[in-house]
Design a protein around this ligand. Structure first.
Ligand code: HEM
Length: 464
């Protein structure tokens, strides 16, 4: 039954043990047996003590079914490894991951709208809010995830590794849960830093990793729900320590532990620990928020762009040199073609566009990487151009750039986006002619669109 001396029936951590641990305010173990005196000593979580040569930390019995607990050779002296701390962090992580998942899926839908769900043009700043929230929450999740892993890691050493089919499912879900969460956080941060030490396409991999992780989160929540309710509920019982479960476990926390017992964390201590974690998460999130929340740019320690730094007071990601379009964009022979399903194909010079009815709109430019800023754009409405070309009402448009290649050299406007009064072919930004890095001679700007779809250095509109 157990590999613990004097443990009697209590060394295996079944519910009765947890119960007892709760009521006594100390971890389960043989404290009521012959070794009780040891447990009444000072409640100091002493440092692990090395076993004497040849001594087994689980008591060395190896009796029937004993086999030694995993905890036999690993010690977890920290006091915050308990169910309540783990459950509270789990709730915060669950909320944070849900926010990241929903806003991430919205980002995916904004970039790849399925036929059945057209991406709306209003509110004009919706994508700015959802993607800013995604990245800020993602950064805040980093300290929370690390804290949760630290609280829960003793359980990784639990032996036997698998006790039943349900337990096997619970443990199997840990791989996609922990692996997926770390992958999302690391790949997201590296993407924001624009460092790609990998060969896969980030959005696709990040997207599918999010589904796998969220599936694993659902399994994890399902399998830990009862414990969480028990330690967080109104009539809660004091939580058990998260020492490795199973035979030999008591040696890790109990009174026979070399150096003395590990006492459960006191509520005040737990509050201080959680406040430190929450404070760190808030600081990290604030460092990312500076890239998008007006007035906080001085704090944008982790933001890749500061909202008003860049040509004409607006940041850019891709320069004209980087896109290889300088020559074509500054060519005096440049013309904008309007072709496809139109009665009158158009070929317009920059001066032709300048003489058309001019419209202004205050619209955000929002990078998929989370930074954003609002700006004043002036130019020609796409709707006016379509009317001039004799496009049918309800036409959709593909907007093409002078760029010869690249994933974002073209973008689509569905019918609602094409006829929106603020969807412009912009010639001006913040009161002056468009800078070449912002898409001179003309670029697309529309409400509620990710930056990668606000195509620059336009060459052609193909009407469908
Ligand atoms: C530090 C944490 C994170 C950061 C910095 C981050 C960053 C990003 C960025 C920059 C994008 C836009 C990619 C693009 O379209 O080019 C994105 C998309 C996305 N993120 Fe995250 N992310 C983080 C965590 C998460 C988490 C925890 C989840 C889910 C639980 C998640 C789910 C998604 C999804 C579903 C997308 C859409 C991918 C697509 O466009 O296909 N992210 N993320």
């Amino acid at each position: 039954m157990t590999g613990h001396p004097g443990a009697g029936a209590g060394a295996g951590r079944d519910d009765a043990d947890r119960d007892r641990a709760g009521r006594s305010g100390r971890p389960p173990g043989p404290a009521d047996g012959p070794t009780a005196a040891a447990a009444t000593g000072p409640a100091v979580p002493a440092a692990p003590v090395a076993p004497a040569a040849g001594e087994r930390r689980d008591g060395g019995e190896g009796g029937a079914g004993g086999g030694g607990g995993s905890g036999a050779f690993v010690r977890f002296p920290g006091r915050a490894h308990d169910e309540r701390t783990a459950a509270l962090l789990g709730v915060a992580l669950g909320v944070g991951f849900a926010v990241c998942f929903v806003t991430g899926v919205l980002s995916h839908l904004a970039q790849h709208p399925p036929g059945w769900l057209p991406w709306p043009t209003r509110p004009a700043g919706l994508y700015r809010v959802t993607q800013g929230t995604h990245v800020v929450t993602g950064f805040g999740l980093i300290p929370l995830t690390l804290a949760k892993l630290w609280v829960a890691y003793p359980r990784f050493f639990q032996r036997p590794a698998v006790r039943s089919a349900g337990h096997a499912a619970q443990r199997a879900a840990l791989l996609p849960l922990v692996g997926g969460a770390l992958f999302l956080l690391v790949s997201g941060v590296l993407n924001v830093a624009r460092w790609y030490p990998w060969s896969f396409f980030f959005p696709t991999t990040h997207y599918w990793a999010a589904w796998v992780t969220v599936g694993a989160v659902a399994v994890h929540v399902g399998t830990t729900w009862a414990v969480a309710r028990r330690v967080l509920g109104r009539h809660r019982r004091p939580p058990a320590l998260l020492v490795p479960d199973g035979p030999g476990a008591a040696a890790d926390a109990g009174p026979d532990r070399p150096g003395g017992p590990v006492e459960p964390i006191a509520p005040g201590e737990r509050r201080a620990f959680l406040a430190a974690v929450a404070g760190t998460a808030a600081l990290v999130a604030l460092g990312a928020a500076g890239g998008t929340v007006p007035g906080t740019s001085a704090l944008s320690a982790f933001a890749q762009r500061r909202p008003h730094q860049g040509p004409q007071g607006v940041p850019i990601n891709k320069t004209a040199v980087g896109a290889g379009v300088v020559e074509a964009a500054t060519d005096a022979a440049w013309r904008l073609e309007v072709t496809g399903a139109v009665d009158r194909p158009l070929s317009l010079s920059l001066d032709d566009l300048r003489t058309m009815r001019r419209h202004e709109a205050e619209l955000p430019i929002t990078c998929v990487e989370g930074w954003s800023t609002s700006a004043r754009w002036g130019g020609v409405r796409v709707a006016d151009l379509l009317a001039a070309a004799g496009a049918r009402p309800g036409a959709a448009v593909t907007v093409e750039s002078l760029q010869e290649g690249g994933r974002y050299r073209a973008s689509d406007l569905d019918a609602a986006q094409a006829r929106d009064r603020d969807t412009l072919l912009a010639l001006e930004l913040n009161g002056s002619e468009l800078h070449i890095d912002h898409g001179y001679p003309v670029r697309l700007i529309g409400p509620n669109r990710p930056g990668v779809l606000q195509t620059k250095w336009l060459a052609r509109l193909v009407v469908r």
